[in-house]
Design a protein around this ligand. Structure first.
Ligand SMILES: NC(=O)c1ccc[n+]([C@@H]2O[C@H](COP(=O)([O-])OP(=O)(O)OC[C@H]3O[C@@H](n4cnc5c(N)ncnc54)[C@H](O)[C@@H]3O)[C@@H](O)[C@H]2O)c1
Length: 370
């Protein structure tokens, strides 16, 4: 059983992300290291994850007083109501701060359980075991936790780092293709914004990621986590540099809202479309070259992902997105704050490209010409 480890360190926190295939057996030894005083463990388990993993976790952690709680990983359940429910589970079992809360699930479960851990008695030990590709390369990295409110997605939350993240690629075997695409979109984003050689590696190896080959998956997850941590470490509270991670997400957000978060277009598909639109906008702003767009579009074409942006090659369809761009919560004034691309591996400075709605409307025609 080979594992790869990435270390996170900032002024207040220090933890590891352990990555490998079939590695849940590392849990007891690692928990002993990072939470030596824990006696009780509450495992919040995403009901979509195959039950064999629940059995495996129960077996590996049999020395602890274990409580399992199944959780339905939907955006509707990622709510303050669920927060209250989960808090009450911990109170009823009389958990104290030296005990441990374990999240086993996708980004929804991890965000909710992380948030609950951050506020239960002002912070209880939290370990994240992400089970989707998106949560392994993105959601479980960086310490953002939270839930939705009637005013929008992820509107209530906290910054709270786990004691440990265990990424086991064995979970991905049961994951649907659409969910793999969601994770892949973030992997590709990380390469585009920071690492040209990783982008070149993806040109050759994307097909193996979708075939779920563990060697390539482990490499891509590790690279991806490292890139995300690079930005997080420099700017935990998302004042400037971390905003680079929003590349493609301003358009993606508009696409998702415009489609009422319909299952027809997933977050990852919207991000894939959004990155093409943001690259086109970068060209029309004369900071990026057409050849970079061509290279990006080629990777989509080779891996049958071009369907994600086809609709947004149409002038009217892009125009229709504009009213939905305005409500992005990262905009800190009237104009729309875009992360643009200079070239593959390098973005423009955050907060530098703020574009008014009128200016954007004028630019749409140009976006359809590339
Ligand atoms: N905290 C952050 O920094 C951050 C970053 C990105 C996204 N997010 C959040 O993450 C969430 C999306 O996460 P996600 O894409 O993992 O979605 P998700 O948690 O909804 O999981 C997707 C689906 O896969 C199922 N599933 C989970 N693991 C599985 C497995 N191993 N096999 C089969 N099915 C499995 C789930 O039950 C669910 O139906 C959003 O709520 C988003 O806001 C957070």
């Amino acid at each position: 059983m080979k594992t790869q480890t990435i270390k996170f360190k900032d002024r207040n926190n220090n933890y590891s992300i352990v990555i490998g295939n079939n590695i849940l057996k590392v849990l007891p030894q690692k928990i002993k290291q990072v939470c030596p005083k824990s006696k009780k463990i509450a495992v919040f388990f995403d009901a979509g994850v195959p039950v064999k993993f629940r059995k495996s976790i129960a077996k590996h952690l049999k020395k602890y007083q274990l409580s399992f709680f199944n959780f339905k990983g939907t955006e509707k359940e990622k709510s303050l109501k669920s927060v209250n429910l989960l808090l009450n589970k911990l109170f009823s079992k009389n958990f104290n701060r030296s005990d441990l809360v374990l999240s086993v699930g996708g980004g929804i479960t991890g965000d909710l359980v992380g948030f609950v851990s951050s506020i239960y008695k002002r912070g209880v030990n939290f370990i994240n075991v992400p089970t989707t590709l998106l949560s392994q390369v993105d959601a479980a990295v960086g310490g953002k936790t939270g839930v939705n409110s009637s005013f929008g997605k992820n509107m209530v939350g906290s910054f709270f780092q786990p004691k440990l993240v265990v990424v086991d690629t064995d979970f991905l075997k049961s994951l649907k293709k659409k969910e793999m695409i969601c994770g892949y979109a973030e992997i590709l984003k990380h390469a585009i914004i920071k690492d040209k050689s990783f982008f070149n590696w993806l040109k050759k190896n994307t097909k193996y990621i979708f075939l779920k080959q563990s060697k390539q998956l482990i490499f891509a997850i590790k690279k991806s986590c490292k890139i995300k941590l690079f930005f997080v470490n420099k700017d935990v509270h998302e004042r400037d540099l971390r905003m680079n991670l929003n590349f493609g997400h301003t358009f993606a957000h508009a696409i998702e809202v415009k489609n009422n978060y319909s299952k027809k277009i997933t977050h990852g598909e919207a991000v894939l479309a959004g990155m093409v639109l943001a690259t086109k906008l970068s060209i029309s702003k004369k900071i990026c070259n057409k050849k970079d767009l061509k290279e990006i579009m080629q990777i989509y074409k080779t891996n049958n992902l071009s369907y994600t942006f086809k609709k947004y090659e149409n002038y009217k369809e892009i125009l229709k997105l504009i009213p939905f761009l305005k409500n992005d919560k990262k905009n800190n004034d009237e104009k729309i704050n875009f992360i643009l691309l200079k070239k593959i591996g390098k973005t423009g400075k955050p907060n530098k490209y703020k574009i008014s709605i009128n200016e954007l409307r004028k630019q749409v025609k140009e976006l359809t010409q590339y």
